[in-house]
Each structure stands twice: as C-alpha cells, then as structure tokens.
Design a protein around this ligand. Structure first.
Ligand SMILES: Cc1cc2nc3c(=O)[nH]c(=O)nc-3n(C[C@H](O)[C@H](O)[C@H](O)COP(=O)(O)OP(=O)(O)OC[C@H]3O[C@@H](n4cnc5c(N)ncnc54)[C@H](O)[C@@H]3O)c2cc1C
Length: 481
C-alpha cells in the first residue's frame, strides 16, 4: 500500500506553496479537480498585499483589523502581516519577478481601504497567473489532475487518506498528513468571479467529517464585474482600477458613490457593492458603468493588459469606452476552523490552508489582496508543524467504495440552488428570505440526489444557518432589519 507523507488537496497558491516548501525526499502528492489552472489563484489580478518594510507592519495589521470589523483573530492577523514580508521575500529569492520600475525598485500600488501603497503585482494585472505558473514550475512533487476528492477517510481523530474520483474510477489514497487547500465556494452563486472547480464540496465533506465550520455567513461580493457575458463566471475588473483612478458612474456620467460613503470609489468593497446593488434596485432604467477617462491609453494597456485584451475581445476599446458593471460573489471569509499553524481542531494530522481555511485573518470582511498573502504565509507554518511532528501514524485500509456522484435532475436543482443563494443569501439579506432559502435547501436535501450536489447543499445550509444566527449587519454580512 502506497502511503504518502503529505497529501495536498488543491493546486492553487495555498496547495502549491505548501508543496514547494516540502523537501523533495518527502513522499508528497497534490490532487486537483480539473486542469491545474482552473483555480481562483490563476484569476487573481490586483496583486498581493505586504508590509513595505518593518515600520509598515503595524499599519497593515490595523488596516486588516479595521476591514475585518471586529471579527478578526488579532494573533492570526499579526502572524500574517509580520511573516508576510518574509514569505514574499522567499518567493522573490526563489526567482519570482514582481513588477519593478526602471531602477529596479518594486512597484507598490494601492487598493481600497489600505492606508498606503503596499500591493505588489506581476505581469501588470496578471499577478495570480504569474504566481501560479511560477509555483507550478518550481513544484518538485507529483500532481494528479482531474481528480475530485469525494470522501475523507478517517477514524476517531486520525485521518488516513481520501477517496477520489479519477478517470471514471474511484480510488483510495492514503497519507500520514492531509492538507486541504481546496479554495472557496464561488459556484454556489448564480453570479460569481470564481473558477469552475470552486464549488464548495470540500466544506461539505469537512462538515461530514466532524470539522467545525466558522463565520460561514461572511461572503464577500466584488463590486465591479463586467456583466455582459453569459457564463456564470464573470470577468472581474480589478479594484486596483478604482485605486488608480477609475470612476463608478451612472449613464449620465455622475459619480453617485459619494451619496453612500464619503470615500467614494475608495470605500471598502462591501460598501461599494451594496451601493451599486442599491442604486440598481432604485434606478431600474439606469446602467452603472466603470469609467476609465483618467487613464492614458499606453499606461492602461501596460498596467492592465489582461483587462485591456479581454475586454477588447468583447468589443470594448479601453480606456475610451466605459464598461457596464454589477457586483458578483467573489470571496469566502468563512471556512474550516483552524489555528495559526493551520491545524484543524480535534484531528491529529489534518491541516487547512488558503481560502477554504478560517484563520480569521479576514474577520467579517477581507482587506483587498490579503488572500494571496494568506496563501503564502500559512502553508509555510503548516509545513513546519508537519516536519516537526513525529511521523508514526497508524495505517489502515478502507473499503474501495463506489459513490453516486451525480443523478439525473441534479443540474436543474444545482441551478435552482445558485439562484436561491444569489437572490436570498446575497448582498442584502433579510430573515424572511433566509428562512425561505433554508426551507427549500432542506427540501432539496430530502430528494434523491447525487453526492456532489448534497455536499453543495450542506455548505449552503451552513451559510444560511449562520446568516440567520447573526442578528445585526457586520462587515460583508448585511441584513435588513
Ligand atoms: C477573479 C479573482 C481575482 C482575485 N484577485 C485577487 C487579488 O488580486 N489579490 C488577492 O489577494 N486575492 C485575489 N483573489 C482571491 C484569491 O485569488 C484566492 O482567495 C486565492 O487564490 C485562493 O487560493 P487557494 O489556493 O486557497 O484556492 P484556489 O486557487 O481556488 O485553488 C483551489 C484548488 O482546489 C482544488 N479543489 C477544489 N475542490 C476539490 C476537490 N473536491 N477535489 C480535488 N481538488 C479540489 C481546485 O481544483 C483548485 O486546484 C481573487 C479571486 C478571484 C476569483
């Protein structure tokens, strides 16, 4: 029986950064659902936040706590902001190239709710893609594509491995340590910015396995996505655009955000999302646009090449044309509860890193560009913890069970769930609508459905239950009283 030292679920920044920091001699396997680039990391545009120097750590902590609206774990935030610089420097030392000016100095930009310029970027607005490519190129361990984890093999407080579905077959994979790095929950929502593979099944499995899920109502919506496309995954228009001078306007060119918050375009993303959502509800005959009138063409093309060329392909000539926008689901602050070494409570050998983890570094609202940083810092801590443990775990074989992953009719119900989540568990919530959502999710759970849909429903149910428990609005969770 093949037993890995470490099995990593997910090939985004968190999973791959764990892998590249594990010595070559260790037996490591990474699994991911589709192709390796089908992950949120690949789509990250704006950049990665990091304290510019030692003096800036305090301000970075304060900005993060302030965005988190009182729900952050201060210790976890201190860890992320103070160890972030080393984690980023390690990446640079390994050869990663962030954008620099002509004299070779790192270029830092600003994003909403940061008190200073501390966002590093690469390839202009292709930071995630560049980091992902770099980590893939430097990963010394095997990676199994098109492999969906469909169960966690455990007994008591010990994890023995996972069951996967790969090329039409089920297979058990055994490990001494399991790291879950499976990302967020985007595909639960009708409109979202996430990769296709990000569909909340691991959160459902974790729940079944006995892990505690925390802050599940804390879902962040991105204020500015291009709405004129059919796919559920919408083209994101990075917040750096507003940070560097793009305006949100109505069809008459009026900047209405100041009616909602004195910081206008530089307000935190949940305020901008709600403002645009509210404006659209109140002015159904109007359209909301992102306007780039302040940008020079050559600068724009160089600084935001992904957005420039993607939108060009859709018929827009930037920065001259303005682009119709809407908010969409974007990021999940909640997740599987863990400590600052990424350990999951009550398990000997289970770790969780990246967007799927609830370290509470984001609290009730994530500060822009802190998630890539989280994906660099905490996997390094998890690896240190694993390498410091005595690796004398017992081994056990589990039955090679078949599972029914899909059933006829699942697709219709899955789409219904996505509509429910967008309309009733979205940007503006009410107790009444949340209860309607909960009842319908319970009804669907009683139907004859496949396992993957059931896992999505279990995660959705936790989100709705947490939203119902929180009486007052906080951070990204906004409830009409
Ligand atoms: C459009 C967009 C732009 C963003 N821009 C920024 C930004 O500028 N700065 C920033 O800090 N953050 C940004 N974010 C957020 C950030 O990209 C993510 O939070 C981060 O990349 C998550 O990394 P991760 O490794 O946790 O998960 P991901 O990169 O999403 O990877 C998850 C992996 O888990 C695998 N997986 C999932 N379920 C299973 C399963 N059941 N079995 C096997 N494998 C599974 C997937 O296949 C995938 O490989 C952005 C997000 C999006 C969507």
């Amino acid at each position: 029986m093949q037993i890995y030292d470490v099995l990593i679920i997910g090939a985004g920044i968190a999973g791959l950064n764990a892998a590249i920091n594990l010595p070559k001699e260790k037996k490591v396997l990474i699994v991911c659902k589709e192709n390796s680039w089908d992950c949120n990391t690949f789509y990250a545009q704006g950049g990665i936040s990091v304290a510019v120097d030692k003096d800036d750590i305090k301000a970075h902590i304060e900005d993060t706590l302030s965005a988190g609206a009182g729900l952050c774990d201060k210790k976890a935030v201190e860890v992320m902001c103070s160890e972030g610089r080393d984690a980023v420097d390690l990446l640079i030392k390994k050869g990663f190239k962030f954008d620099r000016d002509e004299d070779g100095h790192l270029l830092y930009t600003k994003e909403a709710a940061h008190s200073t310029n501390r966002i590093l970027h690469a390839g202009g607005d292709a930071t995630g893609r560049e980091i992902h490519l770099f980590l893939m190129q430097n990963n010394p361990h095997p990676l199994m594509y098109k492999t969906t984890v469909v169960d966690i093999l455990k007994e008591g407080d010990t994890i023995y491995g996972v069951r996967v579905y790969h090329q039409g077959k089920f297979k058990n994979i055994y490990t001494k340590n399991l790291i879950i790095a499976s990302g967020g929950i985007g595909s639960l929502y009708e409109y979202h910015t996430n990769a296709r593979s990000i569909s909340a099944d691991m959160q459902g499995l974790a729940l079944e396995c006995g892990c505690e899920l925390r802050d599940m109502e804390m879902t962040q919506f991105h204020p500015t996505v291009f709405v004129g496309m059919q796919k559920a995954r919408k083209q994101l228009l990075s917040e750096s655009l507003r940070g560097e001078g793009a305006y949100v306007v109505n069809k008459r060119g009026e900047r209405f955000l100041f009616d909602y918050d004195k910081r206008g375009e530089l307000s935190p993303r949940d305020i901008v999302s709600r403002a645009i959502y509210d404006y659209k509800q109140k002015h159904k005959d109007d359209t909301v646009y992102l306007s780039f009138e302040n940008f020079e063409k050559e600068f724009f093309k160089h600084r935001f090449p992904t957005i420039y060329y993607n939108l060009k392909g859709l018929g827009f000539n930037l920065p001259e044309d303005r682009v119709p926008i809407s908010p969409a689901f974007h990021y999940f602050m909640g997740g599987i509860k863990c400590d600052i070494d990424a350990r999951v409570e009550n398990f000997k050998n289970l770790y969780v890193v990246g967007e799927v983890a609830s370290t509470r570094v984001h609290g009730a609202n994530r500060l822009a560009s802190n998630s890539l940083l989280e994906g660099l810092v905490f996997p390094i801590r998890a690896i240190k913890d694993i390498l410091n443990q005595e690796q004398n775990f017992p081994h056990k074989e589990f039955e090679e069970k078949e599972e029914i992953l899909f059933k006829e009719g699942d697709k219709v119900l899955k789409n219904e769930l996505r509509k429910i989540m967008w309309e009733k568990v979205g940007i503006i919530r009410s107790k009444k609508e949340l209860k309607v959502a909960l009842n319908r999710v319970d009804e669907i759970l009683l139907k004859d459905i496949g396992k993957l849909l059931r896992l999505r429903l279990l995660t959705s149910k936790e989100i709705i239950k947490s939203a119902l428990k929180r009486e007052k609005s906080l951070g990204a969770h906004y409830i009409k009283e």
